[in-house]
Ligand binder design. Structure first.
Ligand SMILES: C[S@@+](CC[C@H](N)C(=O)[O-])C[C@H]1O[C@@H](n2cnc3c(N)ncnc32)[C@H](O)[C@@H]1O
Length: 511
């Protein structure tokens, strides 16, 4: 793959094999990684001896926990062989395993070490890497980074002090309020544009009501009652800038940006609510502002940014909006689907490698990993979010919410619900009945349902007639079949079920 073919691409798969198979040496300018870590886990549990337990990596990505097993052993052995990309890292990992035992923590470190070695290989000589972690494992990751990148290439430990409520209810410890980012470079020459920030608290912005950016300067407008020379100067400034004569108590303050230091307190976490535009429903989602700061500081427009644990694609969106090229990798289709829809909102359709591209590869994914297949299938429908749990959601594999005008009363728009169920194997009329049952369940109360199936119904099947008998639903003057059956072959032939436009996708209607 040439660099051109490689960039603006999402890879669905394990980042270790994707990097090994697709990414050539020294072609990446900036790596940001935010590997999963269960920081809510009981710290002691991470050190419990569990030698002999084996868990496949697919399971690990969902559970966000690691177990010492075949893969950990394989990584350690490889790092100690003659072929090792970094013998120092192998020796360090070996010492940690001897000192701490085989437990979740050392399994995690083993998983990380092989991947960090691979990241060093793909990073340019002038490149930088930011490892986003938290105090659960940051101390071990730092010595591992010293071993892999060289202690002399350590640049900063950045503390991101988020504003979320504390991540613990325990009464006998200090509530946790920060993540740690380890910033290393590959050599002693690297790109760095010193970031600057406005030291304006949210409280101050609220107090001063208006917050304008003009000619690169930040100005707060507000009102105070007492007289001062500053007030006089401000009056003149307002008059000049706004062309209006200020009222008695109008004042403008110019805020002088200051250098960003290594403790970042000005970036709130993404709040878990649909009210926050940025929120994608992804538990470990990071704020765009955080990624924009890193990307602007440590790369130039046109550079290549790699996020090997891209989740819902915050780094990808930040790279895209700041004019960088990017590569994203994630092991779950849930994440890849979210990044895809996030980019679609800004008119970008990424190349996706590793996801099904024809009927045969869809069948292959369903065989290999039915849960990933479900996520992939559900996210083919515009606006649908896959279910995050494998069991226990009444057989619903995905949902979509859409505006449902009711034409009356004060609140003229209700929230409509469409659900999807996926059947990758044999299916029949009983699955249509089950879907209708789920839709009718008062706790679900879905307006529309789609049964996504691999194979079309046989000519003798009663499924299409049963679906048709579910009737039609009128939404905003349009009639939709209440239950629709949609096959994977339909998808590859470009045929889609008839569904209303999801919340947040209204802009597409206007295009
Ligand atoms: C903490 S989340 C990243 C969140 C991301 N920074 C964002 O803002 O959305 C970690 C992601 O790494 C993915 N992941 C875990 N192990 C992986 C692996 N071996 N290869 C690729 N992705 C992996 C998980 O599926 C998850 O989406």
């Amino acid at each position: 793959m040439t660099t051109n073919e490689l960039t603006d691409t999402l890879f669905f798969g394990d980042n270790l094999s994707v990097m090994r198979e697709h990414i050539p040496d020294e072609c990446i300018d900036l790596i940001y990684l935010d590997p999963p870590y269960n920081s809510n886990a009981d710290y002691n549990v991470l050190f419990e001896d569990e030698s002999g337990r084996v868990a496949p990596s697919q399971l690990l990505a969902y559970e966000d926990t690691w177990h010492w097993g075949y893969e950990s052993e394989l990584a350690l052995t490889y790092l100690l062989t003659d072929q090792s990309p970094c013998p120092e890292a192998g020796m360090l990992l070996d010492s940690l395993v001897r000192a701490l035992g085989t437990n979740q923590m050392t399994a995690y470190l083993s998983m990380m070490t092989v991947r960090l070695c691979e990241m060093r290989r793909v990073l340019k000589q002038t490149g930088s890497i930011y490892v986003h972690c938290d105090p659960t494992a940051s101390h071990y990751l730092k010595i591992m980074m010293d071993a892999i990148f060289g202690a002399e290439h350590y640049r900063n430990e950045i503390i991101w002090h988020y504003r979320a409520s504390a991540l613990t209810s325990a009464k006998n410890i200090y509530p946790r309020k920060h993540d740690t980012l380890l910033f290393y470079t590959k050599s002693s020459t690297w790109t760095f544009h010193r970031p600057r920030q406005d030291d304006v608290s949210e409280q101050m912005m609220r107090r001063w009501g208006r917050y304008l950016e003009d000619d690169g300067r930040t100005v707060l407008y507000g009102s105070i009652k007492h007289e001062s020379n500053e007030e006089e100067r401000s009056r003149k400034r307002i008059e000049r800038r706004t062309g209006r004569v200020p009222q008695d108590d109008d004042v403008a303050f110019e805020i002088k940006p200051s250098r960003t230091r290594s403790v970042w307190t000005d970036i709130p976490e993404v709040r878990q609510s649909h009210k926050y535009k940025e929120w994608r429903g992804f538990q470990t989602q990071k704020p765009l502002k955080l990624l924009e700061r890193i990307i602007n500081a440590s790369s130039n427009p046109g550079d290549i940014v790699l996020d090997p644990f891209c989740g819902c694609g915050t780094a990808i969106q930040a790279a895209q909006s700041t004019g960088r090229l990017w590569i994203g990798i994630d092991i779950t289709h849930l994440a890849i689907g979210l990044v895809e829809s996030r980019l679609a909102e800004v008119g970008v359709s990424p190349r996706i490698v590793g996801a099904p591209h024809d009927f045969g590869s869809a069948q292959e994914l369903a065989r290999r990993d039915p849960f990933q297949f479900e996520s992939w299938a559900v996210t083919r429908l515009d606006g649908f979010r896959p279910n995050r749990v494998q069991r226990g959601d009444g057989g619903i594999d995905g949902r979509m919410h859409f505006p449902k005008p009711n034409g009356a009363g004060q609140r003229q728009i209700d929230t409509g619900v469409a659900i999807a169920q996926v059947k990758s194997g044999r299916w029949g009329v009983q699955d249509v009945r089950q879907l209708i049952g789920t839709m009718d369940d008062p706790s679900v109360s879905a307006d529309l349902g789609v049964l996504i199936v691999m194979q079309p119904p046989s000519s003798r099947s009663h499924a299409p007639a049963t679906a048709a008998r579910a009737g039609i639903v009128r939404i905003d003057g349009h009639s939709y079949p209440r239950v629709q059956i949609w096959t994977v072959a339909d998808y590859f032939d470009g045929r889609f079920p008839d569904l209303p436009i999801a919340f947040g996708r209204e802009a597409r209607r206007l295009l």
